[in-house]
Design a protein around this ligand. Sequence first.
Ligand SMILES: [Ca+2]
Length: 411
Amino acid sequence: MTLARIFLLLLLTLACFPAFAADRAATERQFSAWLSSTAWPAARATGVSESTFRRETAGLSLDWNLPGIVAPGERPPEVNYQAEFKSPADYFAEKYMAPVVRSGQGLMREWSKTLASVETAYGVPASIIVAIWGRESGFGRVALPKDAVRTLATKAFMSDRPALFLDELVAALKILQDGHIQRAEMKSSWAGALGQPQFMPGKYLGFAVDFDGDGKRDIWRSVPDTLASIGYYLKAHGWQPGARWGVEVELPASVSCTLEGPEKPRPIADWERDGVRPVSGGRLSEKKLGQTGYLMQPAGRHGPAFIVSWNFYVLKLYNESDLYASFVGHAADRIAGRESGPFVTRWQAPSGFSRGAVRQMQLRMESRGVDVGGADGLVGFKTRIAIGEWQRANGLPVTCFPDVQTVKRAG
Ligand SMILES: [Ca+2]
């Protein structure tokens, strides 16, 4: 950089900074007014007392370091659709999976009595609970960087989902009022998720459990409360005791990948009759999946195929992603010693196109009335099925996954 350019940059910085600071000061004043005019009535309506509200919001300022915040009058940041579409393979890399498995096995032993009680109470296997604990917060070892109230208040005042975060802010104040945790210890992620199970405050009010009997639902410091809260959440969302989440299978070419998803349940016996077999050997009906199975293929024909039970979709109610639920299920299998390594089938998903190109394809499909589960440039089961049906109608190999040609032409 030349001296002249450095000088110019310096001038620009000096010229901009006072205005920037003045904008921020004005926004902070708007925020203070908003706390009184909007946040307080919402809090009062759900039973938060004036003394709690005043104590917890006195002197509260905005957290300008949060990602994705939108100051009043500004446009929301755009999703980066130029970014390369990412293969599911990265998500299951051993560098993420192995630490969860290794530490999970040790913690299964250390907390075996508590986990046995939780399993008796809620019917959810210890290995599943431990895998979620590891995936969410590294077994509580990941330091939570944020003050939950400030984070939620900032997002309620300036984010693209203000109503949702106002509800979460009010729920957080309720948790403090009920005395479950001190403000200084009520830490959250950057997104406002609380404690070791990473519950949003509303989820906490509905599903956090006091399992060590001290009268506090302490998902920040108590391991028994953390483990039981995860277990109770899954039970309350329909976990079926005794059924495994799923098994990796060999899918014969004669079985269409468009049979995927939670809307296409089939008896396990039907999958078996069609030649679907566990990659580990044996028969599908011996794998404790229950009576009904669903096909699930995160990378379509380019990666592992699974027959999953309803419990897979219960895991998705913890975190809405096929990859998350598969990660947790597979980590649990390895923690419990049912599996010893990565999936047998390799991920070979195509690359070389952007998330925006996927979105354009989805928009074309939507304009024909096809349900792709939202045109967001991400590939869930509805988009995979839509691609598979388009490929079949056009006489192409049916893979149920995007590739360079498909994203250009399909629609
Ligand atoms: Ca407790």
